[in-house]
Design a binder for this molecule. Sequence first.
Ligand SMILES: Nc1ncnc2c1ncn2[C@@H]1O[C@H](COP(=O)(O)OP(=O)(O)OP(=O)(O)O)[C@@H](O)[C@H]1O
Length: 247
Amino acid sequence: MSAAPGEPALRLDRVSRTYPGGRAPALNGIDLEVPRARFLAVLGRSGSGKSTLLRCAAGLERPTGGAVHLGGVPLAGLRATALTRLRRDRIGFVFQELNLVDSLTVLQNTALPLLLAGAGEGEATRARALRVLEEVGLADRAAEPPGRLSGGQRQRVAIARALITEPDIIFADEPTGALDPVTAEGVLALLRRAVDAHGHTVVMVTHDPVAAGHADEAIVLDGGRIVRRLERPSAGQVLGALRTVAA
Ligand SMILES: Nc1ncnc2c1ncn2[C@@H]1O[C@H](COP(=O)(O)OP(=O)(O)OP(=O)(O)O)[C@@H](O)[C@H]1O
């Protein structure tokens, strides 16, 4: 079940998702290909389908139509345990609901994906966690509980935790939503570096045109469809696209 070389990091073919009782599909025939080492921003007004897209792409939810491939692997063909393993080994998550555990240290929080995958709490795990904490500039806070950190620092720990398994792809849901603009810049620079220096692929849901301006590509959803695609967008271009969709 290893990733096939040359395959895009993520491919969605005609993906749809209808919720029971939902009046309209949350996703409606999404075609999307995200090459490796690319940073994609997903925008759209509230209810346009962004989170549903992220959950279907990450294998957290099964689409009701179409197919999702991660690194060439069709998710529909995987049983629950194989899907869980693929998520654990190949995907990094920066989700609001996956908050840090305050009874653990910053270092233990960072190492959590390795520990859950069966790594011992030995020196190798510790060294790896320290290395990614260094990467996000927080090695000096490793022994503290995350509750003592600022929101931006906690978000950087969440990114360190997502990076520690060296995933093929990182899914981030509003990673800068609660941050001031300067702190947000720092978090976005980290995601950018994950792509440029380490070859990770990042798919980020955001409401913020400035955040989307850090991406290689931005897509805008409306009514569960992709209605705009922008290459190397500036924040101004993204804002313009959002305005035309809202009009
Ligand atoms: N579990 C669910 N059950 C029923 N309907 C749902 C469920 N999750 C989402 N929806 C519906 O699907 C549509 C898309 O929701 P989604 O959460 O993907 O939007 P979003 O663009 O992420 O919104 P926001 O920006 O507010 O987070 C909405 O109409 C929503 O009401």
